[in-house]
Design a protein around this ligand. Structure first.
Ligand SMILES: [Fe+2]
Ligand SMILES: [Fe+2]
Length: 386
């Protein structure tokens, strides 16, 4: 009788970035099943859903660094597969399982996942087909009860596995933090390759005073926090928040020189040059963000352009940055904290309050008010009455 074949484990995910939780799950699976192979299968990331998704090569590089840090590099039973990334489209799990079934005929297949994925497994495309060819292998969260999703059999891994959400880690990386959930060599790889906006952030730091740079990071932090409720990718909110003031520390002469060359011309350019030249940092900043950081996304351009004045009909990202800029941590007027707190509960109310605060300060200063700001004010008042 032929000896039974050793199992094969498929571990799918975006690994953007790979973190300690991923590696703990893989290590437990290797210990428990002693498979002939465990494949990490980084999935394709859609540019439609993600802002600047990391290419497969960078994610493979981070995974390799994490594997080395865990002493798993170079083992013949641990591999990184380019199957999903190579297809350049979203690949369903049943397709991936079929691929590995062809590659290892007769070997028992396992599909590795965190317990959070178990709960919605039955909403996956052709989940019954997946179960016909592979068994689910799941790491359970601390506190996971024995309540199992009905009709989804799985093999539990010994131990408990805290979940870390990659999206939260990406937010931290954009802000320049070094989350402890990432291995040191992964952080070093990110820095070396300038990933997660680290290259751009370093350049921005050189363009701004320390105080302004800190304010930009805080604006991005609040924008990330509010992005989910606003339906905006966190990375896009982070990038816009970071660069919104990128032209703010240009000398008055440089700002003026750049502003008069802008195409299209900022509305009321002559009046701004005379009455409130500082406002030009917003329009100039949008152009500078495209030029220096390749941020030519129209939503980001709008958010930077309108963060100082606001305007009627602003898009969701522009509103998000308008509020985050005014209400972020470190602002020293009383309303900032209140608006920041309000924004988490009722964003539209926070947006109206931010406009009210900006305009009240402008009116009380007796200065010139840009017609776009006045226009936004009027629109909001009308909406309030209506
Ligand atoms: Fe600004
Ligand atoms: Fe600002």
């Amino acid at each position: 009788m032929p000896s039974p074949k050793k199992p094969v484990i498929i571990y799918g995910g975006s690994f953007d970035p790979p973190h300690r939780g991923h590696l703990a799950l893989a290590a437990a699976a290797l210990r428990q099943l002693a498979p002939q192979a465990l494949y990490f299968v980084p999935g394709f990331r859609t540019p439609f859903k993600d802002f600047r998704p990391l290419p497969f090569g960078e994610r493979r590089g981070m995974l390799a660094a994490a594997l080395a840090a865990e002493g798993l590099a170079g083992r013949p039973d641990v591999r990184i597969s380019d199957f999903e990334a190579g297809l350049k489209r979203v690949v369903y799990t049943y397709e991936t399982v079929a691929h590995f079934a062809r590659l290892h005929p007769g070997a028992p297949l396992y599909f590795l996942m965190g317990s959070d994925c178990l709960a919605d497994f039955r909403s996956w495309r052709r989940w019954r087909t997946v179960l016909k060819s592979a068994r689910l292998l799941a790491g359970l969260r601390p506190g996971f009860s024995s309540l199992r999703p009905a009709g989804v059999p799985f093999t539990p891994l010994a131990g408990r596995f805290p979940e870390a959400a990659s999206s939260g880690l990406r937010g931290q990386l954009f802000l320049g933090e070094e989350p402890k959930e990432l291995h040191k060599p992964v952080l070093a790889f990110i820095k070396k390759r300038g990933l997660y906006f680290s290259r751009e952030r370093a350049a921005l730091k050189k363009m701004l005073s320390p105080r302004r740079f800190l304010h930009s990071v805080e604006t991005a932090r609040l924008a990330i926090r509010l992005s989910t409720a606003a339906g905006i990718p966190a990375q896009k909110a982070a990038a816009a928040g970071l660069v919104h003031d990128c032209a703010r520390d240009l000398s008055p002469a440089a700002l003026r020189r750049r502003a008069i060359r802008l195409s299209p011309r900022p509305p009321m350019l002559a009046e701004m040059l005379k009455e409130a030249p500082v406002l030009l940092h917003a329009w100039t900043g949008a152009a500078l963000a495209a030029e220096k950081f390749g941020l030519d996304d129209p939503d980001i351009a709008e958010a930077v352009r309108l963060h100082a004045t606001g305007a009627p009909g602003m898009g969701p990202l522009a509103k998000l940055i308008y509020v985050s800029d005014l209400a972020c941590h470190g602002r020293d007027f009383a309303e900032a904290g209140l608006i920041r707190e309000l924004a988490g509960r009722d964003f539209d109310a926070a947006f109206r309050a931010a406009n009210y605060v900006k305009l009240t300060y402008a009116f009380s200063g007796g200065g010139w008010v840009h017609p776009l700001s006045a226009g936004l004010w009027n629109t909001l008042q009308e909406k309030n009455r209506g």
